[in-house]
Write a protein that binds this ligand. Structure first.
Ligand code: ADP
Ligand code: MG
Length: 668
């Protein structure tokens, strides 16, 4: 059976199974659905004469002039010439074997008259060269495209090839999951699975890939749709007394964007369908107000609210902020974090289960099984790009709750469909009135002291500031040490007259305390290794100094800068850097000249590509195995459309049991 554990594969015992876990392979089926990372192109045997700069291929010729050259005490290079049809290629390999002539490669190569070498052709000292190519003394048995799989030490590519062959024998247990009329447009599933592992040629590989990429997108969109269908959702009451009081208490007038967002949320919450709304607005646009409004409205209607944020520090901050608002309304709210005593924790869990606690703020701990609600009607997820789709669904599934997601990370339109494909979007495009653009300047390191003098002056005027430095050391320990040293230097010299606090990655509880002190104004200047990146709201802070600014990514720089300029006071961002590489220069320049987060995100996408932007690493959720979110954009749109159409005709997939089964298999 395909669902059997991986130990049924030939040559896989307990030890290897353990290694394979690192590759996320647990069952035979996993092996089948774990695709090659790339392919070696053995489809054509080339002659040295055909070699072209930059081209990767399998070259065949006679091996001449084999010799070894000493580079240092135990490093030598083996070189030779691959000759054929009047052309030649230099081939070379490095070895670290101490005795001359004793390396494995040298002993092998000595036997060779003719040789097959696979590698990329580069410009060498003596002409075109393949360095450290894979070599064969006989013509490789498998010509064509050879799959290359992700490996860990102890697992070889040829082992994986064997296991794939084994798994492919059980292909008949896999059924076509796409509806017939859709499947007919693409290669069928069996063929595609066979082909992706053992493609006959590029053309077929491309067809197989198209089919499987479409399938990934299609299943993804179907799963988003299915998850939300067929549930009874609460209809929240029209704005009641609490809500009115909330508006009356607001110390400012709402921006146009906030008003529009509130209108959208109101309509969603009062409708019998589930609200699934993304509130996207640049840092400082005032998204928290929308969350507060929705919460008050839910509580006004007798429901409970869960607010999920990515870290404990942010949970605390969010709690402090919401607590101000809610205590003014006479409502007690709770904070659920790891630092609580078991007794406190029990109390909160009991209060949530009984319905006594109307609102809780927490991290992803909120989605763990022991958290139960009497009547959760609203789930709010802040800074969503750190969570995955499944996590936000898990939260709203704690009740049949409306879902609101807030994101400050602007995402180019091209990617939004994927990450937020299941959400309706409200964009807040304006900032609260009176906000001045953050004055952003690039400062050469030699003028660093001027910046600190400026900072001290601002502090004397009653304002606060951040100094952020990037991770430069290899280990966190070293990093912490460097940070502490820096703090000591600064507080003895440039910053002697002000109160300085430090937070870094190696700190435990103390970090929260210091952030809290800064929040309350008991610390003037916060030194940090990037933890202030997301969500921190200290309107009194007006100076952001970013050391070695060229080492940060664009999104980070924008987030960091967004920590200041949160009041009507003029704010400043100093990028201390002397960028050397083209990319770094580009980044620093973008941030210096552009303030609009969306434009910055687009520049970012150009410079970096989509992977990092999606923040998939943080969320820990595998997105797509094959699909490339940029290249495969047209397929993504086709798949999303097809999924939507199908769901509108058959929302529960009654007529498509295999499709439903496949969606469930992938989203356990
Ligand atoms: P973000 O969208 O980055 O989460 P916040 O909700 O933290 O923004 O708001 C940033 C700051 O602006 C907060 O200090 C908040 O109190 C303030 N603020 C929000 N809305 C307004 C408004 N309409 N007028 C003035 N200040 C506002
Ligand atoms: Mg925020």
């Amino acid at each position: 059976m395909l669902t059997e554990p991986i130990t049924v594969l030939p040559g896989v015992g307990k030890a290897r199974a353990k290694l394979l876990e690192k590759l996320d392979l647990y069952t035979v089926q996993d092996v089948l659905f774990s695709y090659p990372r790339t392919y070696k192109d053995y489809s054509k045997v080339l002659t040295p004469r055909e070699a072209e700069l930059g081209q990767t291929g399998l070259y065949h010729g006679q091996l001449l002039n084999l010799h070894e050259k000493q580079l240092s005490r135990n490093r030598r290079v083996i070189t030779g010439r691959l000759v054929g049809e009047g052309g030649f290629l230099v081939v070379s390999w490095f070895t670290t074997v101490y005795r001359p002539g004793f390396s494995y490669q040298y002993r092998q190569l000595q036997k060779a008259k003719e040789l097959w070498v696979y590698g990329q052709v580069k410009e060498g000292f003596y002409g075109l060269e393949i360095a450290s190519g894979e070599f064969h003394l006989k013509q490789p048995k498998r010509l064509g495209l050879v799959p290359v799989y992700p490996l860990v030490s102890g697992i070889t590519n040829s082992m994986r090839l064997n296991w794939i062959k084994f798994a492919l024998k059980r292909l008949d247990q896999i059924s076509e999951c796409l509806p017939r009329e859709i499947a007919s447009k693409y290669m069928d599933r069996h063929q595609a699975l066979k082909t992706i592992h053992f493609p006959a040629n590029h053309q077929q590989l491309a067809e197989a890939r198209t089919r499987l990429v479409f399938e990934e997108f299609f299943l993804f969109h179907i799963s988003l749709g299915v998850l939300a269908e067929n549930k009874e959702f609460v209809v929240h009451q029209p704005d009641g007394p609490l809500t009115k009081q909330y508006f009356a208490n607001l110390p400012f007038t709402l921006t146009k964007g906030q008003e529009a967002a509130i209108r959208d949320v109101r309509a969603d919450m009062e409708s019998p369908k589930q609200m699934r709304r993304l509130i996207q607005g640049d840092v400082g646009s005032g998204k928290t107000v929308i969350a507060e409004y929705a919460s008050v409205k839910a509580i006004d209607s007798g429901g409970q609210v869960a607010v999920m944020v990515p870290t404990e520090v942010l949970a605390r901050q969010m709690y402090t902020r919401l607590n101000k608002t809610f205590s003014a309304l006479g409502i007690e709210i709770a904070l659920l974090v790891g630092a609580l005593t078991p007794k406190q924790q029990q109390q909160i869990l009991a209060g949530l289960a009984s319905g006594e606690i109307p609102l809780v703020v927490g991290t992803h701990a909120l989605i763990s099984d022991n958290v139960k609600f009497a009547n959760l009607t609203l789930a709010i997820v802040d800074e969503q790009h750190r969570f995955g789709v499944r996590q936000r669904v898990a939260l709203s599934d704690k009740g049949n709750a409306d879902l609101m997601v807030m994101s400050a990370t602007p995402i180019p339109r091209s990617l939004a469909l994927t990450i937020y494909g299941d959400l309706n979007t409200t964009l807040i495009t304006d900032l609260p009135a009176g906000r001045k653009q953050v004055d952003t300047r690039l400062i050469h390191p030699s003028r660093r002291d001027d910046v600190f003098r400026f900072l001290v002056q601002r502090v004397k005027e009653g304002e606060q500031g951040f100094i952020v430095f990037p991770l430069v050391e290899e280990s966190e320990k070293l990093e912490a040490k460097a940070a502490i040293q820096e703090m000591e230097l600064l507080s003895k010299n440039q910053l002697a007259e002000v109160r300085v606090g430090l937070v870094h990655g190696q700190m435990g509880k103390e970090k929260d305390r210091i952030m809290e002190d800064f929040y309350r104004g008991e610390i003037d200047v916060l030194l940090a290794t990037t933890v202030v990146e997301v969500g921190m709201d200290v309107p009194n802070a007006t100076v952001m100094i970013i050391e070695n600014a060229d080492r940060f990514g664009l999104a980070q720089l924008h987030q960091l800068r967004g920590r200041v300029g949160r009041s009507d006071k003029q704010a400043y961002c100093f990028l201390i850097a002397d960028p050397k590489t083209e990319q770094a220069k580009r980044r620093v320049n973008v941030i210096r000249t552009i303030n609009d987060g969306l434009k910055i995100a687009e520049e970012d996408l150009k410079i970096r590509g989509p992977g990092d932007l999606l923040g998939t690493r943080q969320s820990g959720e595998p997105w797509f195995k094959l699909a490339d979110l940029i290249e495969d954009q047209p397929l993504l749109e086709q798949a999303a459309q097809a999924a939507r159409k199908l769901l509108s005709e058959d929302p529960t997939l009654k007529k498509y049991p295999t499709l439903l089964a496949e969606v469930k298999r992938q989203q356990p």
